[in-house]
Design a protein around this ligand. Structure first.
Ligand code: AMP
Length: 215
């Protein structure tokens, strides 16, 4: 399958993408994960992106398009892809459209994960991520805590709150989303590619997507 996952930070794009990869081997491509990896590795890309990310702002479109222009050419994308966190602006969506046309690739659709704002805020402030870069398991101190507080069940590393998950950065990320990313819903509706879903349960989202793909 070839899908775009749209939705505010904390809407569950990553969780839904991981569930979908198990269906047909499509790969999850998360620009946030790619950027966090670059920051961790101290690459030029990471150094350029880190300040924007910690402030809850978007990194410049040119950096993102450079990453995605290469990533979509990799072999594993041939079996399908789930774009998680990209595109995030209208210029990115327009450039993606041109790129896919050039590569002769059709998208199935863009899924808009609709989650009420209070649920989003609660999810983001209570989210914890495994600090081991190879693991990055996600927990929630309220709804899905690790067995031992602060320790990852899978690999035993400490779980941490991401730098961009402080209340200040979250508020900024949500404002950024409303200003720059929410307009993509209309963009994909106009393209005839929008699937709007009520996304409080990721299992319901996955079954809605499966039904739509089955036609
Ligand atoms: P995420 O994990 O998807 O919430 O992304 C974390 C941060 O990475 C965002 O707050 C942005 O600073 C940056 N980022 C991720 N994807 C993009 C994108 N497509 N365009 C611009 N910035 C991005």
């Amino acid at each position: 399958m070839r899908l775009i996952l749209l939705g505010a930070p904390g809407a569950g794009k990553g969780t839904v993408a991981k569930l979908l990869t198990q269906i047909d081997g499509s790969v999850q491509i998360s620009t946030g994960d790619i950027l966090r990896g670059a920051v961790r590795d101290g690459t030029d890309l990471g150094k350029e992106a880190e300040g924007y990310m910690n402030r809850g702002e978007l990194v410049p479109d040119s950096l993102i398009m450079g990453i995605m222009g290469e990533r979509l050419l990799e072999d594993d994308c041939k079996s399908g892809f789930l774009l998680d966190g990209f595109p995030r602006t209208i210029p990115q969506a327009e450039e993606l459209k041109t790129l896919l046309e050039k590569l002769n690739i059709d998208l199935d659709f863009a899924v808009n994960l609709n989650v009420p704002k209070d649920v989003i805020l609660d999810r983001l402030t209570t989210r914890r991520t495994c600090s081991n870069p190879e693991c990055q398991a996600i927990y929630n101190v309220k709804s899905m805590p690790s067995k031992v507080e602060g320790i990852c069940d899978k690999c035993g590393s400490p779980t941490i709150q991401r730098d961009d998950e402080t209340e200040e950065a979250i508020t900024k990320r949500l404002d950024t989303f409303n200003e720059q990313t929410a307009p993509l819903v209309d963009f994909y509706r106009d393209e005839g590619l929008l699937l709007d879903v009520n996304a409080t349960s990721s299992d319901v989202v996955v079954s809605t997507i499966k039904e739509k793909l089955a036609g």
